[in-house]
Design a protein around this ligand. Structure first.
Ligand code: ASP
Length: 409
């Protein structure tokens, strides 16, 4: 608020005077960018460790075989549904397109030239998407910001770990766990700067463009919240009823406490203890299933985050006037689903994931600064879905195993 309102007021007072132009160019913009660069800096190690460990963990619990597979497939399917829902809403409402042409041109000029979208030697759309996803050189993919390819490599390393003899890869897993810890601490440090960094970014934006750039943000928030709301109340109700054999009313009454915790903490990890307790005590899911599905889900099954990321990428593309073809949108879906697996269950955990993808589809990573100011409320809301989605998965798995109690406790 301080950043955005300050920028608007300064613009009214000073207009295009050199004083304000210099202040934004030499003070507020560099400060905001440095904050973003601190986040960009940790993206590669974060992606690599989170995805590799996430998938390796699946193998660890592979003794639970059937349950593991069910959870994974359920999670992939429901996450894809959430992303497709979000993207459909964006395509329908086009919240980013309401930006007036003049502001859009200014916005485009103020940002570094967008990187060209990844190209490959074939015109066949399906093959092209596959080539974008499967790298021939993971280091080059990383260096060139082809994040989807790098994520694929990280996933494969995770699979490799999962199918290797445990005692031989244990040291590697420990190193990755250590690196993951370090990365988490660094994100925490960077996030301490967030209030100032975000204020600086928003100040720069509104001091340059005035209010015009803020109005479409409301449309964007509306679309994210609508998508989350539909997925929460419609998709989950259907899933709980038809795959979980439970009345949605009973379900939602039982999980209210979990939803409130998720909303107030903005963190799936912090909500895990409450979710575990409620799922067992109020829904009667057996302990082994609840702990397996919910623990895995708190990092690997994030429907709300995936929906949010898909919507945000598309809306920012509209902001910048980048035309995303159907093929590019499919890439966005794949990425968002992967990001749902790789995002840490901490406040703002999805933000570092967004930046490189934006770049790889031709939108400057700094674009994320536009939405950072409204992210907290969206973060609280998407976390509710992330956690509730895990519980629907637990209910589904328990029901399909014939292990739900006849009457709910
Ligand atoms: N805050 C989310 C969670 O903990 C992650 C995110 O989308 O930023 O589930």
């Amino acid at each position: 608020m301080v950043g955005a309102v300050g920028g608007v007021v300064c613009r009214l007072l000073f207009g295009d005077s050199p004083l304000l132009v210099d202040f934004t160019a030499y003070v507020s913009e560099p400060f905001g960018r440095l904050f973003l660069r601190l986040i960009f800096m940790i993206v590669l190690p974060l992606l690599f460790t989170a995805l590799a460990l996430g998938v390796a963990g699946l193998g660890d619990l592979g003794t639970l075989g059937r349950i593991g597979k069910k959870t994974f497939l359920y999670s992939l399917t429901v996450t894809s549904v959430s992303v497709v829902l979000g993207l459909s809403l964006v395509n329908f409402f086009q919240p980013g397109a309401s930006l007036d042409a003049e502001t859009r041109t200014l916005l485009q000029q103020s940002m570094p030239a967008p990187a060209p979208p990844p190209t490959s030697a074939t015109e066949n759309p399906v093959l092209r998407i596959l080539y974008v996803i499967v790298p021939d050189n993971p280091f080059r993919a990383a260096a060139q910001g082809e994040m989807l390819a790098f994520m694929f490599f990280s996933l494969m390393v995770g699979i490799g770990i999962a199918i290797s003899p445990t005692e031989k890869v244990a040291p590697l897993v420990r190193v990755l766990e250590g690196l993951y810890e370090v990365v988490m601490r660094l994100i925490e440090l960077a996030m301490r700067l967030a209030p100032y960094g975000v204020a600086a970014l928003l100040f720069t934006l509104t001091a340059r463009f005035g209010l015009a750039v803020l109005t479409p943000l409301l449309g964007y928030m509306g679309v994210v919240l609508a998508g989350l709301g539909i997925h929460l109340f419609v998709t989950y109700s259907l899933l709980v009823r038809y795959l979980g054999g439970l009345s949605p009313r009973v379900f939602f009454r039982a999980v209210t406490e979990v939803m409130a915790t998720a909303f107030s903490t903005s963190s799936s990890n912090a909500t895990l203890p409450t979710a575990l307790r409620v799922t067992q005590e109020k829904l009667g899911v057996p302990r082994d299933i609840a702990s397996f599905v919910l623990t895995l889900g708190s990092t690997a099954n994030q429907n709300g985050t995936a929906l949010f990321e898909g919507v945000t990428i598309l809306v920012l593309a509209q902001f910048y006037g980048v035309d995303l073809t159907f093929g590019a949108q499919v890439v966005v879906v794949v990425f968002s689903v992967l990001a749902g697996i790789g995002t840490a269950g901490v406040p703002g955990g999805s933000l570092p994931m967004m930046v490189p993808l934006l770049q790889s589809i031709g939108i400057p990573g700094e674009g994320i600064g536009i939405i950072l100011g409204v992210d907290r409320i969206l973060d609280m809301s998407r976390t509710v879905l992330n956690v509730t989605g895990d519980i629907t998965a637990a209910v589904y798995v328990a029901h399909s195993e014939g292990r739900m109690p006849k009457t709910i406790p």
